[in-house]
Design a protein. Sequence first.
Length: 155
Amino acid sequence: MANKSLKYFMRDTTPKTVIVPGPETFKDEEGKVIDFEIKVLTQSEIMKINDAYRVHRAARDKKGNPLVLNNEVVWETERDNARASRHMIVEALLYPNLKDPELMKHYNCVDVTDMPLHVFPRADEYQHVTKIVMQALGLGADELEDEEDIKDAKN
């Protein structure tokens, strides 16, 4: 059996970032759409965020008693997918940095997961940001290409 090299699996672990156009409603002084910078989160980071918004507990009946089936407690899992998605948006966006204290103070916001709702209050803005971030993370329908391909597509 030939020696198999593991060098193909030794990837660069530098976090990848992509630059994509933000919503049409965010323009600079020259009227150009502002580019957003997105950090591509690792699968581990994504799972950690999702796990933070998952609660696993004993299921209960209307009287509050634990449900038991075949002498075993029945468990239920509750997920807050919307909040987890907003947390991913906050963690992935490098620009604009939604965790910036000055920006949070401007919106009178103390929970970073509420920031996407404040900064992008219009449905079209919020959908655009969600789409570009999730695509960059590989969670959307079409994954974004690298930064150069995105820049080429804009021109």
